[in-house]
Design a binder for this molecule. Sequence first.
Ligand code: MRU
Length: 349
Amino acid sequence: VPEVRAVELIPGRGIRCIDQTRLPRELVTLELGDLDGVCEAIRSLRVRGAPLLGIVGAAGMAMAAERSDASDVALEQAAAALLATRPTAVDLGHAVRRALAAARAAGQSADRRRQALWRFATELLEAQRASDSALAAHGAALLNERGSVLTHCNTGALATGGLGTALAVVRELWQRGFLERCYATETRPLLQGARLTAWELVQEGIPVPLLPDGAAASLLASGRVAAVFVGADRIARNGDTANKIGTYALALAARRHRVPFYVVAPSTTFDPECPDGGAIPIEFRSAEEVLSFQTCRAAPEGAEAYNPAFDVTPAELIDGIVTEHGVLRPPLAAAIERLNDVLTGRAIH
Ligand code: MRU
């Protein structure tokens, strides 16, 4: 099985990453060495997926420090530029703020700050890899007989820098002999499912029927799907979850047909500052993405577009959130509070 490395850190210099806009036609590796390049790559989805955005954001802070005096002002400007690229995935904001704190904690020396920033980015990537493996095992235990699953968008190695989140669960189920096939939505308008998820699964020999997003409800009604596994971009304190546009519709259809609906996300995707889904900022993207298919204009001149990149699935439609610390079960607000206590060291074991 070829191992996909979505990102590689080159401390002191920059990063090497797969240009995800070129897949599956070409596997092109980009080298990014400055903040502008990183911001452009994030905005245009060359790099994408909540946990990967965190790692690339942290590396972007290190690159900004390499190319400046690494002063508070320079680093705060870099942080602001990174935070302005994409608003919904909280991993990016968390990583950039933690990077800033790590730089400050290293003192005033520019070299020490640079080293601290590279160390932080490296540790974040290592932690993500470890957490993805733990997620995969917890998630795979949710299926107690062989069956097929449905997933949305891309939550694989391309989205995290490790094994992935929901797609790591899929791979684990396959390795355990529990998976028949992984249905994947094409994920309009940018086709992360058709281009990226199908690419990852085909490489691993996992059967992947692709479906137009609009076919998901009838697929769930057909009884072919044992469970739905999706990722997350931000999870509020009450369990409301922002993820790729179309996730909410999947959750509604899954509940109607009594198919378990699971979110798979590392603890970096929880936002303790966010009380509920109404407080999650939703990114709207350009009309062009909807009015055209890839670069070919599909809609008549004069048509408008409604193009939110994410939606919020209410907590009540989620049967469990798989984290690296185990599966959170409803009532999710209480389970998330307990997780936060563990993470902040407040819990007594
Ligand atoms: O717009 P994208 O491609 O960055 O959106 C990605 C998703 O919505 C993923 O499902 C989410 O980030 C979880 S990835 C492990």
